[in-house]
Unconditional design. Structure first.
Length: 164
């Protein structure tokens, strides 16, 4: 039987425990999971792509079948380069589903051989988003338990460097 490789794309700015929950579950479903950090110059990111790749790489080091890469352009082109058969996406709410369905259908049109698999995060992470984490942290709120400690340390350094 062929091994199934999946791509888990996103901005991961910053990564959250919700992302890591999906990565852990995806690593059990697929033979290999590539966590793919999107280089999107249209979005103003808090962390650079290399910083996001570094944080993710450190966080997934314990998984033998998970790797991290960066990409730009069309996801379907990256998936073909990686010889992936599936795209894994997380869905927290109906609003996510509407957007993700449109993307999945476009990807299906562009690459009919590529399947999209939707996973829901654990209930305790269903409200967590990178955007919300950044907003809460920048306003002085606690994000403990929502992101790994290494992300909190990076957030503190980033905010402190802006204040200097």
């Amino acid at each position: 039987m062929d091994k199934v490789k999946a791509i888990y794309p996103g901005s991961f700015d910053p990564m959250t425990h919700g992302h890591l929950d999906l990565i852990a579950r995806g690593s059990r479903i697929f033979d290999h999971l590539v966590v793919a950090v999107l280089k999107n110059s249209a979005k103003h990111a808090l962390f650079s792509v290399p910083e996001r790749v570094e944080m993710l790489t450190e966080s997934v080091a314990g998984f033998g079948n998970v790797s991290v890469a960066a990409f730009d352009g069309l996801l379907v082109d990256f998936a073909r380069e990686q010889q992936a058969q599936a795209v894994m996406r997380g869905i927290r709410a109906i609003s996510d589903y509407e957007y993700e369905l449109q993307m999945a259908l476009m990807n299906q049109r562009l690459a009919p051989e590529l399947e999209t698999v939707f996973l829901m995060p654990a209930a305790k992470y269903s409200f967590v988003s990178s955007r919300l984490v950044k907003e809460v942290f920048q306003l002085g709120g606690s994000v403990d338990g929502l992101v790994p400690e290494l992300v909190i340390a990076r957030l503190q350094r980033r905010v402190n460097s802006r204040e200097s």
